[in-house]
Write a protein of this length. Structure first.
Length: 174
């Protein structure tokens, strides 16, 4: 599963699929509802998303999310990770209301775990800002962008590329 993730980062999608299916088979042999099964499903869903195969990706993301919720409860940071991926997929399909609900839930979960997942929280706030902007709620979008910027500046400094991304998003909003 970790090797599949590395291959995904390197855009070696055929290898991701092969490795993820192999890891999935091994994980499911141990326990069909184990969190590692969810990781494998997320890897496969990520490839389907990149390849524009959204229905397949959504099915896999939702299955992985269900496993995570059953394994850890609905308020766990790993559940937030799954929600964030599903929100991004829904955003790509212009299903903004559904995406926003997922992204808001992601942010709510991550805000309860201070410090542990700050970079993920900042990314989720940026996603929430993008959703608000796409729906014409500019002041709300600006607020989310500012929150994300504050987190990134605290984590990596004001000169980091992640801060530049947020500033660019705010500039587009203006």
């Amino acid at each position: 599963s970790n090797l599949a993730r590395l291959c995904l980062d390197q855009e070696r999608y055929d290898e991701v699929i092969a490795l993820s299916k192999r890891a999935l088979g091994i994980s499911q042999a141990i326990a069909s509802n184990h969190p590692e099964v969810a990781n494998c499903l997320n890897n496969l869903a990520d490839v389907h998303t990149i390849q524009g195969r959204y229905p397949e990706a959504e099915t896999l993301y939702r299955e992985a999310l269900l496993i995570m919720e059953n394994s850890f409860g609905t308020e766990h940071p790993d559940v937030a990770y799954g929600l964030g991926h599903l929100a991004k997929l829904l955003f790509l399909q212009a299903r903004y209301a559904e995406a926003e609900a997922m992204q808001r839930r992601t942010v709510a979960i991550l805000q309860k775990v201070p410090g542990q997942k700050d970079s993920t929280l900042a990314t989720s706030l940026n996603g929430l800002a993008d959703l608000a902007a796409h729906q014409g709620r500019n002041s709300e979008a600006e607020s989310f962008y500012r929150q994300a910027q504050t987190i990134w500046e605290r984590l990596v400094g004001a000169e980091h590329s992640n801060v530049a991304l947020i500033l660019n998003n705010r500039a587009r909003l203006y």
